[in-house]
Design a protein around this ligand. Structure first.
Ligand code: MG
Length: 296
């Protein structure tokens, strides 16, 4: 069987003919938020409905890292290497300090509670950017069903702790990622709860003082949607999709696909040289080695 589909011949150089899509962990209900710790040689990811963060160590296996996790979803690491997490249940973004204590980065805006932070990235200046759709408060499955107090926005928390809603015209902002030079910000809108709602990736230009402009549709993933995404060092965007991971060139065309047997939610680059793509997909985590290197 083939583990990938080459659409643009250039994608043929991104994949390795003898590298499999390997299931490295399974038995979960809905996994998201993979984050690689090269220093600890492990991958953390969220098993959201089971309210826990799992840890996978190559050659060792999978164990519980944190339970309960406040129904954590997306994770990343800040510039000091600390874990930064979105929590549906806590309706907040947190940082795990080196001593294990938890610091709240954001839990409200203008006096109203956040919805359910979904995905998070950290820019080179240390600012934390996150999306806040309502999925984690819509049902009791991935959080606690409760009232929505804020529109589903994208926020930036600058290094001084000042928080600002930087994108307010989304239906359900979800995955987000910077280009390697941080001149572009990609944000997925997965407002697909109702037919006709937007379901695409938008691209913004990042200007002086991180001011955003533009916001046109960059690409619409099909089949499925762009839940999580990451960029490689050449600026190609790797996005989740229903049939696997799609690699999209900076001009928006699909270069190729990594085919995964379950619906993909999120992905991250890790391993030595950030050449291994870790993919969370429904009940399992998959990994494939590529002839590519990823960014954060
Ligand atoms: Mg997401």
């Amino acid at each position: 069987m083939s583990f990938f589909e080459i659409i643009d011949p250039a994608f043929g150089k991104f994949v390795l003919g003898n590298a499999p899509v390997k299931q490295i962990a399974t038995g979960f209900d809905w996994v998201e938020g993979p984050v690689w710790f090269g220093d600890l040689n492990c991958l953390l990811f969220s098993d959201i409905p089971n309210n826990r963060i799992m840890r996978w160590i190559p050659g060792v296996g999978t164990s519980v890292f944190r339970e309960p996790s406040n129904f954590s979803n997306g994770h990343t690491r800040d510039r000091q290497g600390r874990l930064v997490s979105c929590e549906h249940g806590g309706r907040r973004v947190t940082r795990t300090e080196f001593d294990g204590s938890i610091t709240v980065i954001a839990d409200s805006y203008e006096g109203k509670r956040l919805n359910s932070p979904n995905d998070v990235i950290v820019a080179s200046d240390g600012a934390i950017w996150f999306t806040d759709p309502h999925y984690g408060i819509a049902t009791d499955y991935e959080g606690h069903r409760s009232e929505q107090e804020l529109h589903c926005n994208v926020y930036r928390v600058d290094p001084s702790g000042t928080m600002q809603a930087v994108l307010t015209d989304f239906n359900c902002p979800n995955g987000l990622a910077f280009s390697p030079d941080e001149k572009k910000l990609y944000v997925a809108d997965t407002g697909r709860m109702h037919s006709g709602d937007p379901q695409h990736i938008r691209v913004f230009s990042v200007g002086e003082n991180w001011r955003l402009s533009g916001g046109e549709v960059f690409h619409a993933i099909s089949p499925g949607c762009a839940d999580g995404m990451r960029l490689d060092t050449d600026g190609n965007l790797w996005s989740s999709a229903a049939d696997g991971v799609h690699c999209i060139a900076p001009d928006g065309h699909v270069m190729g696909k990594i085919l995964v047997p379950e619906t993909v939610s999120n992905l991250c680059f890790g391993g030595r040289g950030k050449h291994r793509l870790f993919i969370t997909a429904t009940t399992s985590v998959y990994a494939i080695s590529l002839n590519r290197s990823g960014t954060l």
